[in-house]
Design a protein around this ligand. Structure first.
Ligand SMILES: *Cc1c(COP(=O)(O)O)cnc(C)c1O
Length: 406
């Protein structure tokens, strides 16, 4: 008898985006003449930087002749890319990361999920609230939680992110083994200072815990005082794994390229307390289960680090930050308290009432789609997330409409 993984039955979400889609569809069916503007999604809208397109074309042409054809590449990524990453993303910021500590992959989403394969089944997992749903749902699927009541799974430790703590959670009061952190944050847009990250690194070192640091929005940081990588914090190499992605940095959501850093000094522990380096485990997992990102895509990613690529990706991110600034200014003018949007593409707005009611109001009166904060966790109730991923024209029109109705 083929028994199923009954943990799937515990899953609550996918509710969020399917519920949004359902409400938008119902509204459009009743009002086919109204133009709906979507500021709900976390997907990019602008085309790839020209330097990436050029590198893609060139690499495709290489595949067309026997002399330059490439088949399977190294599973961990080509040296040309791992070296460019180590140099540009880490060493240039004083973070001692070597190319062979970088594992190129097809997504940070899957890496943040797959990393769990390195861990024992029984662990105490800490997740922020509100949270990127992937961290929670993949732990549920893996059987690391109990059932869900009132939006919270038994067995998980929720790190509350509120206006009072600036959406950077306090250290847990009980011991935890794995801690998910994401800065700049999705959904709140909050960032963490060097001191705040240092406190987490200290906690992890003292408790032999592991930090899973999601830096997918690192490229949106404009404040020079903010760290881009957790490895800019002393001692983080021994207690943290970092996830990066080109999805938001360079518009690669459909092109697919990301990477995960597992430092060689990072240890896990056996039941008896003996230390085991995690690097060889992830290397083994990655090479056994993954066959590498396609050659043209790795060349396109390498081009992100060329002088032209750097300039173009910065301009691309600046474009979205320009949208974010418009959204921030409008909502502030309308009297809302908000966070994010200055070093992040998301603006997290305190709407002072039920998230879904506010969502409906904006949909029906302004035809603007946002994301109800309650969908990201209990602490998201009373907030909405507005995304800066759209054309300038659409953002300007959406803000005109908000000014009218709010
Ligand atoms: C978009 C996003 C990612 C990127 O995922 P990919 O699979 O690389 O596209 C990772 N983490 C968060 C929090 C995100 O919002």
């Amino acid at each position: 008898m083929i028994r199923v993984n009954e943990n799937f039955a515990k899953l609550q979400s996918s509710y969020l985006f399917s519920e949004i889609a359902k409400r938008v569809k119902a509204y459009q069916a009743e009002h086919p003449d109204k133009r709906v503007i979507r500021l709900g999604i976390g997907d990019v809208t602008e085309p790839l930087p020209p330097a990436c397109i050029e590198a893609l074309h060139k690499a495709v042409d290489e595949l067309a002749s026997r002399a330059t054809f490439r088949g399977y590449g190294p599973e961990q990524g080509y040296d040309f890319l791992r070296e460019a990453i180590a140099r540009n993303d880490f060493q240039s910021r004083g973070a001692a990361i070597e190319p062979d500590e970088v594992f190129v992959s097809d997504g940070a989403k899957c890496d943040t999920a797959n990393i769990q394969e390195l861990f024992a089944q029984k662990l105490t997992i800490a997740v922020p609230d509100p949270v990127y749903p992937v961290y929670v749902d993949t732990n549920v699927m893996a059987g690391r939680t109990g059932t869900c009541t009132k939006g919270r799974y038994k067995g998980l430790v929720y790190l509350e992110c509120t206006e009072a703590n600036g959406f950077v959670p306090a250290l847990p009061e009980q011991p935890v083994d794995v801690i998910y952190l994401c800065f700049p944050n999705n959904p709140t847009g909050a960032t963490a200072t060097r001191e705040q990250l240092a406190a987490w690194v200290r906690y992890a070192r003292e408790n032999r815990a592991l930090i899973l640091f999601d830096a997918a929005y690192e490229a949106f940081i404009r404040d020079p005082a903010l760290p881009h990588s957790i490895y800019e914090i002393e001692g983080a190499r021994d207690v943290a794994i970092e996830f990066r992605s080109y999805s938001k940095t360079a518009g690669f959501t459909g092109t697919r390229c990301a990477f995960t850093v597992v430092p060689k000094t990072l240890m896990g522990y056996t039941r008896k307390g003996e230390s085991v380096p995690l690097h060889p485990l992830w290397n083994r997992r990655h090479t056994t289960k993954f066959n590498g990102v396609s050659y043209p895509v790795q060349r396109a990613t390498e081009a992100v680090y060329s002088p032209a690529g750097k300039e173009q990706t910065r301009a691309l991110v600046d474009f979205y930050l320009g949208n974010a600034a418009l959204i921030r200014a409008t909502l502030k003018e309308l009297g809302f308290s908000l966070t994010g949007g200055d070093n992040s593409p998301y603006i997290w707005v305190n709407v002072g009432k039920d998230s879904w009611k506010f969502f409906d109001r904006l949909l029906k009166r302004a035809q603007v789609v946002t994301t109800p904060g309650a969908g990201f966790g209990r602490c998201g109730q009373g907030f909405i997330r507005i995304s800066a991923f759209n054309s300038r024209e659409n953002v300007e029109e959406a803000m005109r409409r908000l000014r009218k109705v709010l």
